[in-house]
Write a protein that binds this ligand. Structure first.
Ligand code: ACO
Length: 330
């Protein structure tokens, strides 16, 4: 079998919905500021759920749609920067919960581009013959790394997980993928300094990264990230279109990482495509980083928006800095 197709999607969201008005009780902000600058109205925040719980919910829904059993999975990749534990990794925790005893499991860290990077890795495993059925999950509990006194970041993010099952297939479902990174600008989005502390280290273990501000909480230079997204997203989408021989007008939906409505709207303008073709759920979910694209795809699938033969472009961008785009045929 020469192709790889995506045969199921699923999502797992925490129960608690937190509105902009709820946040205005905690920090000096307003529904008006948040919704006009970002398009976000509410987000889900984990209170009792772990990342594993959310990944299991997303994975089970995707596996049910794909009609695959846990024992059929021979690869599980979880894209995350907020695993429940550094060790064992999130994908092994998910494997244990699913009973997916035949899977090779590892995590992938590429922030908001994580799902696309993980999907790319999984499709290469399948094309190379090392796997037949892969579960790719993007999941984050960003609320645990947010500074809840910093209004410029805590209003933007949400928690959740999204999953996709990739299978070897006669037909081709992933027509092209492009990815890229720019580590030189990476400190514009960072968190969690971990000092080097061992008996051989004589001086302070503080990591010196070009005198940049390395934070224990999520730190973001918002305007820098905004500019980066506006430059890289249209370029990576154009690249994947060129690679596959399609035009923007041939695409039925664009499913971008759900960071900010103004970014989606500007990308639509730059590609000369109607905003109606850009799926939006950031108003209800906020920015869920690696989870945002598969959560959106799962919603679209549940709503019957994905029809056989449709062409969908997905595009991610974020920490690292990293970016990527893929053209999928439903
Ligand atoms: N409520 C009220 N006022 C606020 C808030 C808030 N929640 N946050 C910031 N402000 C204030 C600032 O203090 C500032 O006030 P000042 O002018 O008195 O200093 C003013 O609003 C403007 O602040 P800016 O940061 O310049 O606001 P901007 O218009 O750039 O919008 C935003 C900020 C929404 C974060 C924007 O920069 C953005 O969307 N950037 C991209 C971020 C992004 O997409 N991140 C995700 C990609 S990476 C990833 O997903 C992990």
């Amino acid at each position: 079998m020469a192709g790889v197709k995506i045969s199921g999607y699923g999502a797992g969201l925490p129960k608690l919905a937190v509105t902009n008005d709820d946040l205005a009780q905690i920090v000096d902000t307003s529904d008006e500021w948040i919704s006009t600058r970002t398009g976000i109205r509410e987000r889900r925040i984990a209170v009792d759920e772990t990342l594993t719980d959310l990944c299991v919910e997303a994975a089970k829904a995707a596996m049910a749609q794909a009609e695959v059993m846990a024992k059929d999975l021979d690869l599980i990749i979880v894209a995350t920067v907020t695993a429940d534990l550094p060790l064992p990794n999130a994908s092994c925790m998910l494997q244990r919960a699913l009973g997916a005893v035949n899977a090779t499991c590892f995590d992938l860290s590429a922030a908001c581009s994580g799902f696309i990077f993980a999907m790319n890795t999984a499709q290469m495993y399948i094309r190379g013959g090392a796997a037949k059925t892969a579960l790719v999950v993007g999941g984050e509990i960003l609320s645990k790394i947010l500074d809840w006194t910093d209004r410029s970041t805590c209003v933007l993010f949400g928690d959740g997980a999204g999953a996709a099952v990739l299978t070897a297939s006669e037909t081709e479902g992933i027509l092209g993928i492009t990815t890229g990174s720019d580590g030189a600008k990476g400190m514009a989005l960072n968190f969690m300094e971990r000092e080097i502390a061992n008996p051989f280290k004589k001086t302070s273990g503080k990591i010196d990264v070009d005198d940049m501000d390395v934070s224990r909480f999520l730190y973001m230079e918002g305007p820098e990230i905004f500019k980066f997204a506006l430059t890289k997203v249209p370029v990576s989408i154009s690249e994947v279109l060129k690679k596959t021989g399609y035009k923007a007008a041939d695409i039925d939906y664009f499913v971008l990482h759900q960071a900010n409505y103004r970014i989606l709207s500007s990308v639509a303008k730059r590609l000369h495509v109607s905003e109606d073709k850009f799926y939006v759920n950031l108003d209800r979910c906020g920015n869920t980083s690696a989870a945002s694209i598969p959560i959106a795809m799962a919603e679209m699938s549940r709503r019957g928006l994905l029809k056989k033969g449709m062409k969908i472009v997905i595009a991610g961008f974020g920490g690292g800095l990293t970016w990527g785009a893929a053209l999928i045929e439903v």
